[in-house]
Design a protein around this ligand. Structure first.
Ligand code: ACM
Length: 506
């Protein structure tokens, strides 16, 4: 059977790089025995997967101990081998007699386990696993989803569901937009007013808001670690900072007072770039955030920062003179470079929205190209790693269908087939710069998503399409084939209760 037929028949999403049906389906008794070495790096991931792999969405597995692949025991035998073709790669061979999964990392093992589950059909007290030989690895290293928890706040339980859904789709980066004008959502003990004041707004006479405590964050970080998802926390600066400035107006140019806004948009009051104390404040916050999140990167925003206040403020103008900065764009560039330097001293790398290119982005920073694909090209040419998330295709707050039949959204139009057609390597990027595109993500801004059901509706099944864009070889991305597999895949989503947009599935 051809490779195309194989993976479409078995309805894997995302589609594996190589998949051949062997015709030797495998029958195993339940719970399925799993044989795996006990290793500190894989055991937490494996244990978690096994603990949670139960009907209705999964297949009951039981960890038995170690076995050699050559033992051919009736069950799933996992081996870890360091010389795989790529860090997140896995090989999975189903049948005859047994299933064998080989990976070089916890992530590779996890992705192989998810593929294994997608091949299983429960049949009474047994499970039927489709006979296949799979050699799989991702196309891109950054396979991400963003979530704005400022415009609307979502509980820890939902953040976990979101991260789990990423992992089930072999996505590995969770960009957590933890603060914005309308709410500060992370507890920072040195600055209690951030959450006492900045986490709350008065909407129609009611107090709306919430935040994540340090133990919430630790809990989520550990949850993500066991699913091989890296969290990139975002602390917005110098703009989109009204919630922080309401709590601590002394770090603005005017001194306030302010209120946490209840309308959406871009606000003129931003962090003061002339006051040394602003940097001390932000560095203390970043130091704390760095201690909570083990990942290598911190996102510092950098988008949509009006320069009105800087133009009118003596301290900011003095700073420009002292530093020889020709205009306010260069002052923003100074701001971001200074923060990047600080992050480097604490062992973290900076990620920012593509506006940080204006006036020059710090060397070694990663750029998120959101305004256009061309911004990604500009960033790559300037020597940066690039995460593509152009709003033409990757804004999941945009409408998915005719607005007349849809709940209110922010505007824009990105239906499922358009997301599936998204190509992260932009046209016009010279071949020698293509490696600069580390991957892509979708952004989920929640101005018009008041609850988690609505987030799921806007995110699924578009996330399934994006997962395949980022994982599967470009040549295997065929819309009709995907649409057919998606009809089966949504039954998996049904079992775990995802409130996806049903009209996408005909
Ligand atoms: C953005 O959408 N302002 C990054």
């Amino acid at each position: 059977m051809s490779q195309t037929n194989a993976s479409s028949t078995v309805n894997l999403i995302p589609r594996p790089a190589k998949c051949r049906l062997t015709g030797h389906d495998l029958r195993l008794s339940l719970p399925v025995p799993v044989y795996a070495p006990s290793m500190p790096e894989i055991s937490p991931v494996l244990q978690t997967f096994i603990e949670e792999s139960a009907p209705p969405d999964g297949v009951l597995l039981t960890l038995i101990g170690q076995a050699a692949a050559s033992d051919n025991k009736p069950g799933l035998t996992i081996s870890i081998q360091s010389d795989m073709q790529a860090p997140e790669a896995y090989d999975l061979v189903i049948g005859p007699g047994s299933a064998r999964l080989t990976a070089s990392s916890p992530a590779g093992m996890l992705y192989g386990l998810h593929t294994f589950l997608q091949l299983c059909r429960i049949d009474g007290s047994e499970v039927l696993v489709i006979g296949a030989e799979i050699a799989d690895q991702p196309r891109f290293a950054w396979r991400g989803m963003h979530l704005d928890v400022s415009r609307h706040f979502f509980p820890v339980s939902f953040i976990k569901i979101y991260i789990d859904l990423l992992a089930r789709h072999k996505m590995n980066m969770f960009h957590w937009h933890l603060c914005d004008d309308q709410g500060w959502r992370i507890e920072i003990p040195a600055f209690p007013r951030l959450t006492e004041v900045g986490a709350w707004r008065i909407e129609d006479g009611n107090r709306y808001g919430g935040f994540y405590s340090r133990s919430d964050i630790a809990d989520i970080v550990e949850f993500a670690r066991k699913r091989c998802v890296t969290i990139v926390p975002e602390i917005e600066m110098p703009g989109h900072a009204m919630s922080a400035l309401t709590a601590y107006p002394e770090y603005s140019c005017t001194g306030g007072p302010f209120t946490v806004p209840t309308t959406w948009g871009v606000f003129d009051d931003v962090y003061c770039a002339g006051n040394e104390k602003t940097f001390a404040f932000l560095e203390a916050i970043l130091s704390d955030v760095a201690s909570l999140f083990p990942g290598p990167m911190i996102h510092i925003g950098g988008d949509e920062c009006p320069k009105e206040r800087w133009r009118a403020h003596d301290l900011c103008q003095q700073r420009m003179q002292q530093e020889g900065l020709g205009d306010e764009d260069q002052l923003q560039s100074y701001f971001i470079r200074r923060i990047a330097k600080y992050l480097n001293t604490i062992g973290k790398r900076l990620v920012g929205w593509d506006e940080i290119l204006d006036g020059g982005a710090p060397a070694g920073s990663t750029i998120m190209a959101w305004r256009s694909a061309e911004k990604g090209i500009e960033a790559a040419r300037a020597g940066h790693d690039v995460v593509m998330c152009p709003m033409t295709h990757c804004y999941f707050d945009h409408y998915q269908a005719d607005p007349a039949g849809e709940p209110k959204a922010i505007g824009g139009f990105s239906p499922l087939d358009k997301v599936y057609a998204f190509e992260p390597i932009p046209d016009g990027l010279p071949a020698e710069l293509q490696d600069r595109i580390v991957g892509a993500q979708a952004n989920v801004w929640t101005e018009y998503m008041p609850d988690s059901d609505h987030v799921e509706y806007m995110t699924f099944p578009r996330l399934c399409a994006l997962a395949e864009v980022l994982w599967s070889p470009r040549s295997m991305r065929l819309w009709d084939n995907f649409a057919a597999r998606l009809r089966s895949h949504i039954k998996r989503l049904d079992k775990i209760g995802v409130k996806y947009r049903r009209s996408d599935i005909s």
